[in-house]
Every structure is written in C-alpha cells, then in structure tokens.
Design a protein around this ligand. Sequence first.
Ligand SMILES: *[C@@H]1O[C@H](CO)[C@@H](O)[C@H](O)[C@H]1NC(C)=O
Ligand SMILES: *[C@@H]1O[C@H](CO)[C@@H](O)[C@H](O)[C@H]1NC(C)=O
Ligand SMILES: *[C@@H]1O[C@H](CO)[C@@H](O)[C@H](O)[C@H]1NC(C)=O
Ligand SMILES: *[C@@H]1O[C@H](CO)[C@@H](O)[C@H](O)[C@H]1NC(C)=O
Length: 956
Amino acid sequence: MGPTPRIPVCLLLLFFVQILAIAAETDNQDFVALRALKDMWQNSTPPTWVGSDPCGNGWDGIMCTKSRVTAITLPSMGLTGQLSGDIEGLSELQSLDLSYNKGLTGSLPSQIGSLTNLSNLILVGCSFSGLIPDMFGSLKQLTYLSLNSNRFIGKIPPSIGNLSNLYWLDLAENQLTGTIPVSNKVAPGLDMLVHARHFHFGKNQLSGTIPSQLFSSNMSLIHVLFESNRLNGSIPSTLGLVQSLEVVRLDRNFLSGPVPSNLNNLTNVSQLFLSNNKLTGPVPNLTGMNLLHSVDMSNNSFDTSDVPQWFLTSQSLTTLIMEKTQLQGKVPEALFSLPNLQTVVLRNNQLNGTLDIGTSRSNYLQLIDLQANFIDDYRETESLNIELILVGNPVCEETNVPEKYCKVSQTNLIYSTDQNNCMPVLCSSGQISSPNCKCACPYSGTLVFRAPSFSDLKNSSRYISLEHSLMLSFQTDHLPVDSVSLSNLRMDSVNYLELRLEVFPYGQNYFNRSGILNIGFVMSNQTFKPPKYFGPFYFLGDKYGNFAEGSMTSNKSLNIGIIIGAAAGGSVLVLLLLLAVVYAFFQKRRAERATTENNPFASWDSNKGSGSIPQLKGARCFSFEVLNKCTDKFSEASELGSGGYGKVYKGTLSTGELVAIKRAQQGSTQGGLEFKTEIELLSRVHHKNVVSLLGFCFDQGEQMLVYEYVPNGTLKDSLSGKSGIRMDWTRRLKVSLGTARGLSYLHELANPPIIHRDIKSNNILLDERLNAKVADFGLSKPMGDSEKGHVTTQVKGTMGYMDPEYYMTQQLTEKSDVYSFGVLMLELVTGRRPLERGKYIVREVRTAMDKTKDLYNLHEILDPAIGLGTTLKGLERYVDLAMRCVEEAGADRPTMGEVVKQIENIMQLAGLNPNAESASTSASYEGESKGNFRHPYGSEASDTSGHFSSSKTEPY
Ligand SMILES: *[C@@H]1O[C@H](CO)[C@@H](O)[C@H](O)[C@H]1NC(C)=O
Ligand SMILES: *[C@@H]1O[C@H](CO)[C@@H](O)[C@H](O)[C@H]1NC(C)=O
Ligand SMILES: *[C@@H]1O[C@H](CO)[C@@H](O)[C@H](O)[C@H]1NC(C)=O
Ligand SMILES: *[C@@H]1O[C@H](CO)[C@@H](O)[C@H](O)[C@H]1NC(C)=O
C-alpha cells in the first residue's frame, strides 16, 4: 500500500498544473474580443469555440503567438451575422480570412483600421455591404487585400493609396462606383501603390476616365483587370510604361479614342482584352508583343483596314478574336500557320475573296469563325478536323461548299474528372462517389479564371494538369485530401472560365472543420497556383454541409481527452477507445451496406446465360429511359451502323456529351456473354488508343453498351474511301502506331492482360485527329494467371485476319493478335481486304515481293491513295515488319511492344515525330513566370507525370 499510490497522485497534480497553465494562456483582451465576434455570429461559430482559452484550447481557426491571437482563418464555416467592431481588441492580428461565408452581412467596422499589424485581409465571397472604410488606409502592414464578390458600394477609398506594402488588391465583383482615385496635393491615390502586382477591379460600376497618373514606369503591376465597368475617355498612354504587365483587361467599358501607339511596348503581356468599347483610330499595331497569347479587340469602331501584319508574326498567339472590327480584304493564309493558334474569330467584318486555309496550319487549330463576311470562295485542300464557320458569306449561297461549314452548330464544353479506374459506388444522400470511388462528402466551390491564355477548351489535358496542381498544393500543405474532381465547365458572359471543384476527404467520409478551413485558405489567399496558362483566378467556396465533429476526428480535442482521461485514472480514455471501436465498426458496416444495397447489378440475371454479375471498374449504369431519350427513341436518324450483334446509335447525354450506344438485338443470347465480357474488360482498360466504355444499360430486357463517341468512323471506311478522309502514308503510319500501342497496352499493361481476338480494320476507329482506337471487345479473352500465356478455346475471329496456328491448335496467345495486326498492316499499304476475290493478301505480298527492287517491287499491289509517286519513306521496313508479324509460328513473331518500337523507328527515319499527337494535347508553354508568381511546385513538366492518387496514369 505504502508508496505505490503516490505516483498517480503526483501525475495527477502535474496534469492539473498543466491544465491551469494552459487555461491562462490567452491574453484576456484577445479573449474578450473573440467572444464579442462570437456573440455577433450567434451559434454559427465552430463548436470548439468554448471555454475561455482560445489559444490553449485550440479554438478552430485561431492561431496564436505566445498569448496573442495572430490569425483568424474561418473560410466556408457557415458564419452568419455581422463583424463586430470589437475586433479592434485583437491588436496583434496579422491575418483575417472570413471568406466564403455568405451569411456575413452588414458593413465592415472602421475599427479594422486600428489593427496595425494586419497583413492579410481576405473577405472573398461574403455578403458584406456598405462602404469600404476609409480607415483601411492606416493598415500600413497590409500586403494582401481581397474584398471581391461582396456587395460593397461607394468609392474606392483614396486612402488605400497609403498601403505602401500592398501586393494584392482585389475589389472585383462588387457595386463600387466613382472614379479610380489617384493622388493629389491633399489626398493619396492608387498611383502610390508601386509594389502592387494586382489591380482586380472587374465587374463593378466604376466610372470616369482611367487617370493617366495611375500608371508609371515605377509600377510593378502584372494584372490590370478593369473589365465590365463604366470607364470612359481614352486609354492613357502611360499604360504602355508598365513594363511588368502580363494581363490587361479593359474590355466591356465605354473607352473611346485611339489606342495609344506605345501599347506594343508591353512585351510581357500575354492576354490583352480591349473588346466592347468605343475605341477608334487605326487597329492597334501589336508588333513586338512577342508573348501575346490571347487578343480580343472585338466590337470597337476602328478605322477600316486590311488584316494587320502583326496577325502573321505573333508566334505565340493562341486566340485571336476581332469580331466587328472593320477588317477588310483577303484573310491571309499565313495566319493559320501560326504555330500555336487555337481559335480565330473574325466575325462581322468585310473580309472578302477566296479563303485559303493552307496545309501547313497549326496543329492546335480548333475553330475558325468567319461568319458574316464577304468571302465568296473556299478551296478545300483536304478534309478539315477543325470547326470552320462560314455562315453569312456569299460562299454559302453556292452549292459546292460543304454544307457543314454553312451552319452554326452548338459547341459543347464538357469536362468532368474521370473515375480513377475503380468500382463505382452509389452513395447515401449527402455523399457522392469520389474519383477513387469512395463515398464521401466533398468540399465544393467554383474556380473562376478571369483571363485564360488558351481557348482549346476541349483539351482535357489542361484540366488534368489543373487537378494535378490542386492535389500537389494540398499535399504540400499536408491537408487530408484524397482526390479532386472538376466538372461543369462553362464560360460566363464576360468570358471568365468557370469550373466546379470538389475536394474529397482522405481516410474518412467527411472533413473536419480544420480540414475545411485549411483548404479554404489555400484557395482564398492564393497559396494554390494553377498552371500559368489559366491566368488570374479566384475561388468561391460553398458552405460545407456536414463536418465530422467530436473527439474522433479532431486531434486537438483528442489530446484534451487524453489529458482528462489520464487524470481521471484512465477510465474515460478506455471509454473513448471503446467508442472509437464501436464507431469504426458501424462505419464499416454502413459502408458495406451501402455498396451492396446500391449495387446496380442487383437485377443481373445469371440464368440467362450471361454468367455472374460483371466486375466493374469505372463504368456507369444508365437506365433505359435515359438512353431512349438521348437517341431520340433509337431513331433511324441516330443510327451509326450495325455492330456484330445489334445496332449502334449516336446519342447526346443531358450533359451534352456525345456517345455511341451499342444495342443488342432482343433475344440475342450469345450476345449476353459477349455483353458481359465487353463490360468487364473495357471498364478496366483506359488508354488513348482503346475506345473508352462510359457505361452500360441492363434494364427492361435491354443490353446496351455506352462508349465514347469516335467521330471519324472505322479505319475500313477510311481505307475504302467511304468516309472521305485522305489516307496518305503519314496517316497510315500514325494509325498503325496508334493501333499497335493500343494492342501493346492490352497485352502488356492491362491487368489481367487481354487478347483482343478480332483485330481488323472494322474494329479500329479514328477520332477527330485520326488517332486510332481499338474497339469491339466482344470476342476478347482476359489471360488469367493459370493460363500461362495461352488458353484453349473455341476458335473465333474473322477469316482473313485469323492466325493459322491458333486455327489449327486452338491455343490462343497474344501472338494471334500480332498475326491479325500484321494482316492489318498489309491492308494498310495495299488498301485491299485480306481476302478479296479468292486472293489472300499475305500470300499475294509474299509472292510479289522482291527485296532487291525499289519499294520491294510492290508498286502494283500498293494502294494508289497512299501517295504513289511521293517518296514513301520507310515503306520497305514497314513491309518487313508486317511479314514478321505474319510468320507461321507464333514464336517467330515479334511482341506488340517490339512492333511499337519498330514503327516508331520507321516514323523517325521518315522524319515524322511518333509522339506528335501527345505534344499537341499537352499545354502550350507559357512565358516564364516571375517575381511573386513563382510556382511553389516547380516546373510544369510535373503536371503530366502524375504520381499521386488522383492522377490518371494513362494518357487521355
Ligand atoms: C518602351 O519601353 C522602354 C523600356 O523597355 C522605355 O525605355 C521606353 O521609353 C518605352 N517607350 C515608350 C514609347 O513608352
Ligand atoms: C507596327 O509597328 C512596327 C514596329 O514598331 C513597325 O515596324 C510597323 O511598320 C508598324 N506597322 C504599321 C502598319 O504601322
Ligand atoms: C475585297 O475588298 C477590297 C476592299 O473593299 C477591294 O479592294 C477588293 O477588290 C475586294 N476583293 C475582291 C476579290 O472582291
Ligand atoms: C498565404 O498565407 C500565408 C500565411 O499567412 C502567407 O505566408 C503566404 O505568403 C500567403 N500567400 C500568398 C500568396 O499571399
């Protein structure tokens, strides 16, 4: 009995002393001020805001140094009420972020002006109103001031000019009026902010002229965003002195007069928007602005002029928009060969003569819009893979111009993050399936890009890079993020690019409060840097619905629990642990229930010979109604063709996404098995040279597969000339390479490996850039571990392509696909079907071949459309390779991986870049970022390397 109980008593005492010491930690003045804030916010503050020790007890969102509160960070906390003037008590406060709390109203208390240590004041996306207090001018330490997306009225207080350390000034999207203040003898003004990099004033009602005094060579501005105000008068020539400028938006004002001729002195400008003003004089001469990416000067009253010379010399230009700018004369062909060009919009001008787009056009070109001009002839040299709009030109009254250029089609902007190659789950309400297929409640909001420097909005690689940079940013800050998802791409009325962002929690279904406020802060104070071509951005977070609260998830409160638990002799701790175990158990049970209850295959009928329920990864389940509607009741007009066991229809989902729907004929029982095989296999494969399965329908006795829509049809149609696509030697090489890559992926990288068993020109589809995609997996076989490289099966395939060894031995190996691919290669050079009028292509080539002669003496057999007469570089080696693929014995044939390498070599020898396609889908490189706009995660090359959980390891 003696000394043993003394130790716990000592410990107990120690703990009490600690608790007392902690309780005394927060400065009383700060505590009183915080309590005043809390009173004004009623019950909307985080539940940890209890007790009298904000610093010691770890109130959510409060940071302290010694006993003083230095930061309040509460974005997206659902706060309601007003901001109390008692905030002035927090005299050591350096950072205040109350962004994304729509319930915060009323005017800002002028007492904020006495927080002389404040360096960050971030109140984005609240509902504050009234005037911006003039007292802000005394916040001498302020570097970052974001008041955008509120309801502030009145003038920009001139005293802001006193904030000599200001780096970021965002007042956009309020209802500010009056002029932009500049300094005079008695008052300060914004011209004094020589360290400011950002003037974001867009979407207000600012009026008067842009004072010429505002700009000088002392300024270090990179973003001047004055769009959508009521500014009038002329553009001051002093703007041309601010050499650091990168983005200039003066569009949607009432600016008049000529554009100052020294504008082209701004050689760092990449985005220039002057559209929708009343500018006059000559079309600005932008010669020398060598980093220019996007230009929009539409709807001004410039003098009538020919197409200016700088159009043809701006090598970095991606986007040229000059609608209604009085341009006349012929559109120069050279314009379209600017190497980075993506979009040209020259609507409503007086352009005339013949349109010649030429053959050396930019690889990135997506849209040429020449509506309402006087173009009277168009020479099409080849079928275009770009959108060309000629509506409203005389040329459309003639009959010989393809009709598709004479109508305006609705372009759909679609992007949504793919599921990460996993089993889809349906979730209970309030939760959704993450890209990693886990049910969770994401933190969401809208990402807004105010001036992107690109316009190839359908290029998904840009959004994938954005996802990567988001993940990287969250991971750098050690935030509990599992994955991110982007969707709802749109352009708003002033050409801001918007995307919905969802951020999913890591390791649990819900974020806790500190998770949300840390993520919110990464977005609100611009710690996150998107890839530079997205330009200036802001984020508007939604209110987060469900926090994971209580001691299970909050580290801070758990610590306190442990202290109390230990102090109370451990019993509370035991109780807590017990609770945690029970909680975890029920969570698991709930998750299990959710997956089984919501299994879309509950109605799968294994008696119909369709086997067991398909094992799915990433495919969606569509109802019959949805598909019926999107194909206009499977109308004849939407029929694309007949597949192996039914018809294929084109459909448009409610999101606007185009799909191809393969519908099995009623009562096709053999189709049942093929159906299941195809879903299972395809949902597991993701490669740009393999057609993607988006989902399926097994409903009302129907069996349908929903694929991505591949616009240019089958290779067979192209080879036969049916689709009108000219297949020259280069394109044939490219198609061979794509197909080989797709097959090599199936054989070597898919898990389990897949043998296609039916490679033929009918089953190779071509997308809008003539990338080959392997399709139709109805006969495919996965190779399980037990099969060790071959399976014995009933022989299936298509005559002419079928491997004779397989035919005779019934032993299926990858080499059977290699044989069929060899036949396909021969089909590609000869343009003949493998079995035609009793002639077998393999034998024909073998017989005709003479290696001592030019082109191996194959002139007779070669497809004339390949470009006979031009030098067919590499053709002999290509034929050699094809002949190796069709060797009698499988063992003598190369693997698909080897075939890919060989074709790449052939292309290089022919002077072609085998990776040209991937280069064109990756982001065009932007000018070096500089100064404060350094990326925290280094080079953008990492964008595509993908080494974290949300990334897609497969090319898109
Ligand atoms: C153009 O910029 C240079 C600095 O690069 C400056 O010296 C010059 O005065 C500027 N010219 C005009 C007309 O603004
Ligand atoms: C445009 O500016 C460049 C360089 O300042 C000059 O060489 C060219 O003559 C100008 N073009 C026109 C049409 O004024
Ligand atoms: C195009 O317009 C210009 C200017 O109006 C005129 O001089 C020229 O003759 C026109 N060319 C054609 C081919 O109509
Ligand atoms: C964001 O906030 C942190 C902490 O207050 C600060 O160190 C950082 O510089 C801020 N980032 C930017 C871009 O202002």
